[in-house]
Structure formats: C-alpha cells, structure tokens
Design a protein. Sequence first.
Length: 321
Amino acid sequence: MTHKFVWVFLLCSVLGGCIHVDLFSGHGALQETTISGEGSDKILLIDISGTLTTSKDSGIFSAPSLPARLKEELTKAGKDDHIKAIILRINTPGGTVTSSDILYHELQEFKDKRKVPIIASIMDVGTSGGYYVAMASDYIFAHPSTITGSIGVIMLTLNGQGLLEKIGIEPMAIVSGPKKSMGSPFRAMKDEERAIFQDVIDRLFARFLSVVEQGRPKLSAAQIRELADGRIYTADVAKAKGLIDEIGYLDDAIERAKKNAQLTDAQVITYTRSNPETHQNIYSHFEPPTVGPVGFPQINANTVLGALHGGTPHMMYMWIP
C-alpha cells in the first residue's frame, strides 16, 4: 500500500465519518459578537436549533453538545453584569427527553440566579421538546408561519422479527430476567411489556404537563391536558389557545426584551467560537431544523437506526410525522 493511497484512504474515512479526528476540539474560547444596537447594556441571543440531543456533534470539526454549549454560554453570561435579558431563538422539532429537560433546567437556574427576563422567539418549528424548552421563558413569540405544540412523548423501537425470519436469522439473548430484553427489535412486544413502557411514557408525559403548567400559569391543568394530545398548532391557533403570548418577528422579541428589562438602548450580542463574519445580523448563524422532502421535521436517521443498537428504544419529546 503506497503512502499516497494511505492518505487518500484516511481523508475519505474522516470526511465520510468512519474515522473521527478532533482537529478543532472546542473551537477555542467563546467570543462576544455584537449584532446590533448600542449602549452598555446587553441582550444575549441564544440558539436552540436542530434535534435536541446530549450527543456531541460529530465530524471533522468537533463541537460540544447543545446542553454543553448552552451551559458554557450561560456561565459566561452569568459573569457579565451588563447582560439584562436573554432571547431564545428556537427552531427545533424537539429531541430526547433528557436533553430537553437539561436545557430547560439550565435556563431556569440562570433565571433564578440572575433575575433577568427570558424571551422565546419560535422560528419555523418549536414543537415538543422545543416547546418544553420555551417554558423556561417569560414571554413567547411565534412567527406567523410557526408550527408549535406537539406536547407529548413518543417511544421509538422496531420489530424486525419478520424480516429476520425471511433471511433465516434467529437472534438469541441470554437474560437475567424475563423483562431484561423488553423492547428488543428482534421480536414482537408482549402485552405486559407494552404496559410497562406505557407507564414510563405516562410518567414522562406527566412531567411535560407539569412544566407547561409552570410555564403557562394562565392555563388550567385541564386546559393543558386537552391541548396536549400530541397535535401541532399554527401560530394563530396557539395564541388563541394560550400556548404562546404573541405573534411577531425576532425584532419584536428584541423590543419585548428591552421592555421587560426596562431598557432604552441595548446591544444584541451572541457568543461564537470563530472569527465574526463581516456582516452580522439577528439571523446570522441561523440553523434550520432538519426537514424532510415535504417540509416535515425528521428525526436523524442515526437515532432511528440506533434503536437497533443494543435493542434500546428512545424516549422522545419530539414531533415525528
């Protein structure tokens, strides 16, 4: 094998994701970038975009997971007394139960310590886990074309028993107890196993409902329960039902942040790890949610196929058409 072939093989493996080389781990310290406005007071714009997961971004350019990035940004913001408000730019169909809850928890902790207003601005999509995170805010905007709601829990698993039988493969598992392999993608789920999973789903759903009750105090528990059947809502319907506060654009969210923080002038800032671009504005570094061919948010294929890895089902606060 020639040296030239070795280098070509390694480059293709890295770019293809077969080999992960952390060439730019962390991308350096966070840098403050001013987007607009002036004055000594600041409004921090934070992105909550893409599928919510605790996994670290993979690829040649390694980046921290979303919870890790949020924690780092809030830690930096907590040391800056000039930050008077936060805007969450939310654009996500949701994600795992735990990642959604971590993001919500970190925002709540920051708000309790710093006593600054948090304004959510939902872009294309702010459903399920995305809406869960928005419950940490004091005021929720949605764009006129926003899709939100989908309050609920979904569990992903597969049943490949029929396929395996057709190709003559018989999987076997040696277990310590009869429920140890429940949820396995290699066989049909039994009724008692389904009941156990349903109990888990119901408990996680109850947590979601309690978070919405705290975030939307004007809605009764009965009203929230009626709205939380998993359906999605357009911005106008969501406002009419009390799930959001106002329909407006990101500029409107900035003005609301100023009003709630009692500011006349303020800089709108973000934190980045690379050299700032020449032209910065409130839509810079905007990451859309993963979308399918007809515009529906789609869960990452690796997450679906991950149900086959070790037969582990996935509990999700996520809109998955």
